[in-house]
Design a binder for this molecule. Structure first.
Ligand SMILES: [Zn+2]
Length: 265
């Protein structure tokens, strides 16, 4: 399972790691910059309003609106329409994150990513099928996932981020040429420097995105009859595919007390 996971992702990862910024001041003041094409404005407002319908969504939006340094750009693209990504990171000379861009696909209200790496977003699927939620909730959950990336990168030392970006292709090259042997001493050493092999680094970031998506859903579905069913589904997926990362999801499930914990006790 481990080797297959790594193998499947090696090629996927390279472009991700190619996207990185370096120190260059963009602005003295932070804030949210929305760069939305007119043709996407209506849907964007709906998705944003859905995100802001929760306390956590409003708190996170507010934090970035009044951020002293970080300029968070949000934009919509027609390519990769059901996906979303965060990148174009920049840091100042003190190593603080000062720029990031969230790019939402033009149809993020459609498309459920794989349960293996996206146990939270994926769990919504049957609830939309049963008309208990709409695509707008899915879109807002994807926004929350991307906010999770921004928060995580803001807390990652710039030097580690660049080191991971620099060493991931080296790791992958060796991995593809040594018979996919992750016990290769060269790979063990690289993984130590990077804080995990490239897949572990990548999945750790994705699961932080998912943790924030779960935080949003905790507020969004708190009063819905199906909230324990949804959280139960997330729990089963996390146990099956993200066991090493269970703690961060459990914390969120329990964070509002027993009433929301459902089966996460
Ligand atoms: Zn992500």
């Amino acid at each position: 399972m481990r080797t297959i996971k790594i193998l499947c992702l090696v090629l996927l990862l390279t472009p991700l790691y190619a996207v990185n910024g370096h120190a260059a001041p963009v602005s003295d003041n932070g804030g949210i910059r929305e760069v939305i094409d007119k043709k996407y404005e209506k849907r964007y407002q709906e998705w944003k309003n859905e995100f802001l319908s929760t306390e956590i969504g409003r708190a996170q939006w507010d934090m970035y609106t009044h951020h002293p340094r970080l300029v968070l750009t949000i934009t919509i693209t027609g390519s990769n329409p059901q996906g979303a990504a965060t990148g174009k990171y920049k840091w100042n000379n003190s190593g603080e994150l000062i720029a990031a861009t969230i790019t939402l696909g033009s149809q993020v209200d459609h498309g459920y990513p794989s349960v293996v790496y996206y146990p939270v977003m994926n769990a919504l699927q049957p609830f939309e099928s049963a008309s208990l939620i709409t695509g707008t909730v899915l879109a807002a959950t994807k926004i929350a996932h991307e906010f999770g990336h921004v928060m995580k990168i803001a807390g990652t030392p710039e030097s580690l981020y660049h080191l991971q970006a620099q060493l991931a292709p080296v790791y992958n090259r060796i991995f593809l040429s040594n018979g996919y042997n992750t016990k290769d001493p060269r790979l063990v050493e690289l993984a130590q420097k990077m804080g995990g092999n490239p897949v572990e680094v990548w999945e750790d970031r994705e699961y932080w995105g998912e943790a924030n998506a779960m935080l949003f859903l905790r507020d969004r579905v708190a009063k819905e009859k199906f909230h324990c069913r949804l959280f139960g589904k997330i729990k089963r997926a996390v146990e099956e595919y993200a066991k090493n990362y269970e703690e961060r999801f459990a914390e969120i499930a329990k964070s509002q007390g027993a009433i929301y914990a459902c089966s996460w006790r």
